[in-house]
Write a protein that binds this ligand. Structure first.
Ligand code: HEC
Length: 497
């Protein structure tokens, strides 16, 4: 395992703006080469500011009273004056701070390194050239929005240089294949042979939630952390494949037969998705704290509910389809009455981020898990006095528990959880008992899914590995690395010998 890794899901699973942007900033958005002609604010400067500064200098956070998310507010300045002196980079406060080595350094020392020299040079040139805003853009315009309109996902690589972090995976309805979230793509694997069958390019850099709809279409919640989020519907069986590294690849970005519809676009990643038991409602939530519910197949937005004080990581419908459970970074799980648009219970016992939640098929119990490492069972309905009260701790992963999925079988209900301990665990959510621990992963397991018939369970890990086990005997059925074309360093070295 990687010893230097921060042990919280905030960094690893989502790592919003700060951690994520500063540590893994997606270079795809920032031009690698300095522009030949005059520097463009929107093409060259704004992407740098967005990736490195907006996290602390947007309308919400406004550090130093400076909001940089529009050209107008950037030029207005914060506690100090306009940080930019057009034509005079050397006299601009902005440049002072970008090149400072003491406490004035931006981004602040404790969150990251100074910007690369080339990026500082681009900003300096833009100021020296007059610090102009590109023609056609309103100075008041939200720069995040302007950047989103211009964003083009990078072309897919035939072979990954690094393993992908698996944040989501799902079995196809016939359980023969697994769809796994990749880097700006979804990959489809033969679940028995572990062979890559198809690649689907997507606008979203990461998928956090995948769910097949009754009509066989795939709903995906995801985005680019700190930049944008979306919920999109795909037909993964359409399109004209082109070959990439010998694998048929379809275009889920531009081909309208593959990318069918966008239900929502937001300013930051969407993290969870859920389908009502009757297949008629789709719910999604994420970093904007809002819970959205759409009617299917019309795609009409029926509910937008705001009540969690922080990101929503997990979602699950109750079997009646009228109640929805949520798990939040605000340290609570809640159950919502959709018709009343109210929360009917709050479960506070985790006392730390709650990552996932489920409601049992009889509607009686809630089960939730999170950063506190525990899987907890609580009263969801029935006894009014006891509602929202913990019944018991079902067990622990010993490390944070990231996700949970449920198979609604009245005879043998199962909940599967996955965690930083590298295991997937199976539980009986009604009895509140532990059933099995599925091992084999050597890294944090972030994603877990159960086949529609309840016979297979699969876990996806931070190091790209996907493992499939049989629920009946807990034996491993398949294992593969879900990073197209990736060759692990050890395998490379062995091949050379
Ligand atoms: C982790 C949060 C954080 C990040 C990221 C960050 N800043 Fe700051 N910034 C601050 C804080 C806090 C202050 C206030 C410092 C003070 O008043 O001592 C500040 C102040 C400033 C100011 C002075 C505002 C004024 O009028 O007082 C400028 C200019 C600035 N930042 C530019 C940037 C730029 C450019 C970036 C990106 C390259 C950036 N900052 C990234 C936290 C941040």
């Amino acid at each position: 395992m990687n010893g230097s890794r921060c042990c919280c899901i905030l960094c690893a699973l989502v790592g919003l703006a700060l951690v994520w942007l500063l540590m893994f900033a997606a270079p795809a958005v920032v031009r690698a080469q300095p522009p030949k002609g005059p520097v463009s604010f929107i093409k060259d400067v704004a992407p740098i500011l967005s990736e490195n500064c907006f996290a602390c200098h947007d309308a919400k956070r406004k550090k130093g009273k400076l909001e940089m998310t529009s050209y107008e507010t950037l030029r207005k300045g914060g506690t100090k004056d306009d940080p930019i002196m057009p034509g005079k980079a050397r006299e601009s406060i902005l440049m002072d701070m970008l090149t400072a080595t003491g406490p004035a350094q931006m981004p602040p020392k404790d969150v990251g390194d100074p910007l690369p020299k080339e990026q500082i040079a681009i900003i300096a040139r833009w100021i020296d050239e007059g610090a102009k805003l590109d023609a056609g853009i309103d100075p008041k315009s939200d720069l995040r929005h302007e950047l989103r309109i211009r964003f083009q996902p990078p072309p897919l690589l035939a072979a990954y240089k690094y393993p992908v972090n698996v944040n989501a995976l799902v079995f196809t309805p016939d359980k023969k294949k697994l769809v796994v979230g990749g880097y700006h793509e979804l990959t489809v694997w033969d679940a028995a042979a572990g062979k890559l069958e198809k690649r689907i390019a997507t606008r979203a850099e990461r998928a956090y939630g995948l769910i097949f709809l009754p009509d066989g279409k795939l709903a995906v919640a995801g985005g680019r952390p700190g930049q944008e989020g979306d919920v999109r519907i795909y037909n993964i069986n359409a399109g004209k494949p082109t070959m990439l590294g010998g694998v048929p690849t379809i275009d889920g970005v531009n081909d309208k037969t593959v990318f069918l519809r966008e239900l929502v676009q937001t300013d930051d990643a969407m993290l969870a998705i859920a389908l009502s038991p009757d297949g008629k409602k789709l719910a999604s939530a994420g970093t904007d704290r809002l819970l959205r519910v759409w009617d299917l197949p019309s795609g009409k937005l029926e509910h937008t509910i705001e009540n969690h004080a922080d990101w929503v990581f997990g979602l699950a419908f109750a079997p009646d389809g009228k109640h929805l459970a949520t798990a939040s970074r605000d340290k609570t799980a809640k159950v919502w009455d959709l018709s009343a648009k109210e929360s009917m219970l709050t479960f506070p016992d985790h006392q730390n981020s709650v990552y996932a939640v489920a409601i049992t098929a009889d509607g009686k119990f809630g089960v939730s898990c999170g950063e506190d490492t525990q899987v907890r069972q609580w009263q969801a309905t029935d006894d009014k006095k006891q509602i929202g009260k913990q019944i018991k701790v079902m067990g622990s992963h010993g490390k944070p528990v990231f996700r949970m999925v449920q198979h609604h079988d009245p005879k043998s209900p199962i909940v599967a959880t996955c965690g930083a301990d590298g295991t997937v665990k199976l539980w009986n959510p009604v009895a509140g008992t532990a059933l099995k621990t599925l091992t084999g992963h050597s890294d944090w397991v972030y994603a877990v899914t159960i086949s529609p018939d309840g016979q297979l369970v699969a876990g996806g890990a931070w190091n790209g590995e996907v493992r499939v086990w049989r629920v009946a005997d807990g034996k491993e059925a398949t294992a593969f690395n879900a990073s197209p074309g990736y060759v692990a360093p050890a395998a490379k070295a062995a091949a050379k010998k």
